[in-house]
Design a protein around this ligand. Structure first.
Ligand code: CA2
Length: 142
């Protein structure tokens, strides 16, 4: 079966605890089950992970290259400044694997510092602003 790595960055483990007007009311456990059932509906399996650690996220992208896995990634705040994550994401797409950047909110409608992504230029595509549906749309795109 086609397995996709669904990687989530810092603070997303706290989803549901604040700012429901921006991120919705679902918690991270609900995100995991929503993504896994959407993946099953597409004939895929989803390995859904979250980390607050930049080095761990870089290692997971290396793992995607080594195992030939496609990636859906919500880099969270790393989106806006992490060149190490950008370089690791570029390794994925340069290996011929798809990497889709997703966001729950629409960063372009928020503070200026969220308007820039250092990841988007090396991603296959970007989906933002549809709540947890952003992940489902990314699965459909894959
Ligand atoms: O909209 C997104 O998915 C973001 O990637 C979420 C990041 C933010 O830094 C990006 O600009 C956009 C923030 C994740 C924090 O998640 C929480 C949500 C609710 C409660 C606590 C943390």
């Amino acid at each position: 079966m086609n397995n996709v790595l669904v990687l989530n960055g810092p603070n997303l483990n706290r989803l549901g605890s604040r700012e429901p007007e921006v991120y919705g009311s679902a918690d991270f456990a609900e995100l995991v089950s929503r993504v896994q059932s959407a993946a099953a509906a597409e004939g895929m399996t989803a390995d859904v992970r979250q980390t607050n650690d930049e080095a761990e996220m870089v290692s997971w992208l290396h793992e995607a290259v080594d195992s030939g896995s496609q990636v859906i990634i919500n880099p969270a705040a790393f989106t806006h400044y992490s060149y190490s994550l950008r370089d690791a994401a570029a390794l994925v797409t340069k290996a011929g694997l798809k990497l889709i950047e997703v966001h729950i909110s629409n960063p372009h409608s928020r503070e200026k510092f969220r308007h820039n992504s250092v990841i988007s230029a090396v991603a296959t595509g970007v989906i933002a602003g549809f709540g947890l549906e952003s992940y489902v749309l990314a699965l459909k795109a894959l």
